[in-house]
Ligand binder design. Structure first.
Ligand SMILES: *[C@@H]1O[C@H](CO)[C@@H](O)[C@H](O)[C@H]1NC(C)=O
Ligand SMILES: *[C@@H]1O[C@H](CO)[C@@H](O)[C@H](O)[C@H]1NC(C)=O
Ligand SMILES: *[C@@H]1O[C@H](CO)[C@@H](O)[C@H](O)[C@H]1NC(C)=O
Length: 356
């Protein structure tokens, strides 16, 4: 038995370790591969979202900001400037000079590392742990003689995988439409798509989607399955499919929970001297045996839901009641037993009646 809302799968997918860095050249190679491998499993989404010159990186990993030029001109310095939210446009944040290497302009942001080679006219930077605030335009400018100041630009784009969760509500059986389960894809960039595989509940439930955009550019998406909770829905499996550019498709599964009182009660003859009381209820019903309202005789035992006679003496003959109860209701059934005094032979079955 599950307590309310017990089925929760909560996890943040692991960040991809590799960085999706696309320089213009790499991009065109990838594009060609994509065209060639028409039957491949490459996801079109990834290709479409990436613009030439974009540096796309998973939140939590490093970005490579490319900067290189092929020329015979003399290079005196490489200047890096950026245009990001919260900073003046074209903010010069570092300079690379021969012999000295990297020099910060204002604050020292040690997340930048010069990994190029000045003599090769290569000013490439490695940018560790960029956050959403670092998204924007990054430009490196070569100071060449006599060639002037050509530049190279990259747009830094951060992808954030959603934090996913699937929760179910355990409503009470009824005729009103209520939420049965909610699937959440939190703080994703770009926003995640959430859909359901409804299985046997197809046609009996509908989905409702809500979205909130956060100030940092991420979006939380909730999708709720709604339906009239019927006992036949209890235990049925539904799956939530979350897809986003920042992760592989993720599937979360739960079994719908519906609470309902005991249904029909059956008394099943397990042997000449034992009778089991059965019903269907959620949560599971407790079974109480009595002898038509009074307590049971000493020689009659109850094991689980089964009534057991240790002898077949005439004085045990009579009406027995089985009551099944859960927090939402109770239901009874009756058993009439007749034993012909003391003898072990009986008139088979005909002298026992069960009714509800
Ligand atoms: C520039 O430096 C980066 C980082 O070391 C390297 O990956 C890249 O190949 C270099 N470019 C050229 C043209 O050598
Ligand atoms: C973005 O904002 C949301 C809501 O405040 C927060 O939960 C989430 O962690 C933030 N994401 C990043 C990557 O900063
Ligand atoms: C009761 O009747 C059934 C069917 O007639 C028979 O198979 C069974 O052996 C009988 N049991 C006893 C205890 O007589």
């Amino acid at each position: 038995m599950k307590p309310f809302g017990a089925t929760e799968a909560n996890r943040r997918p692991r960040y991809r370790k590799t960085c999706l860095c696309f320089s213009a050249g790499l991009f065109s190679v990838i594009l060609k591969m994509f065209i060639l491998l028409t039957a491949s499993h490459l996801q079109t989404k990834h290709v479409e979202a990436v613009q030439v010159g974009d540096v796309v990186v998973m939140f939590g990993s490093s970005a490579i900001l490319p900067c290189q030029i092929i020329t015979n001109d003399r290079l005196s310095q490489i200047t890096w400037q950026r245009t990001i939210k919260g900073k003046a446009p074209d903010d010069v944040f570092l300079i690379i000079q021969p012999m000295i290497g990297l020099k910060y302009r204002n604050e020292k942001d040690f997340r930048f590392e010069f990994i190029g080679n000045f003599n090769d006219k290569n000013g490439t930077l490695k940018f560790s742990n960029p956050t959403l605030k670092d998204e924007g335009s990054y430009t490196c400018i070569f100071s060449l003689f006599p060639g002037g100041t050509p530049s190279r630009n990259s747009q830094l784009v951060i992808l954030v995988p959603p934090i996913t969760n699937l929760m179910d509500y355990t409503p009470l059986e009824g005729n009103e439409e209520v939420p049965l389960a909610t699937c959440t894809a939190a703080a994703s960039k770009p926003k995640a798509e959430v859909r359901w595989i409804k299985g046997s509940l197809e046609g009996k439930v509908r989905e409702e989607i809500k979205e909130t955009q956060h100030a940092n550019g991420t979006t939380t998406t909730w999708s709720t399955l709604l339906g009239k909770p019927g006992r036949e829905m209890n235990g049925q499996s539904v799956k939530c499919v979350i897809s986003s550019e920042a992760t592989n498709e993720e599937i979360l599964e739960t079994n719908i929970q519906v609470h309902y009182p005991p249904g029909n009660v059956n008394i099943v003859e397990r042997s000449e001297v034992s009778y089991e009381c059965e019903t269907n209820a959620n949560p599971k019903a407790t079974v109480t045996w009595t002898r038509s309202g009074q307590s049971l005789p000493q020689s009659v035992k109850v094991v689980g839901a089964t009534l057991q006679f240790s002898s077949q003496s005439n004085d045990l003959s009579g009406l027995y009641q089985c009551e099944t109860t859960n927090p939402y209701g109770s239901k009874q059934a009756y058993l009439f037993v007749h034993f012909s005094s003391g003898e072990f032979c009986c008139e088979n079955k005909t002298n026992k009646q069960m009714f509800t």
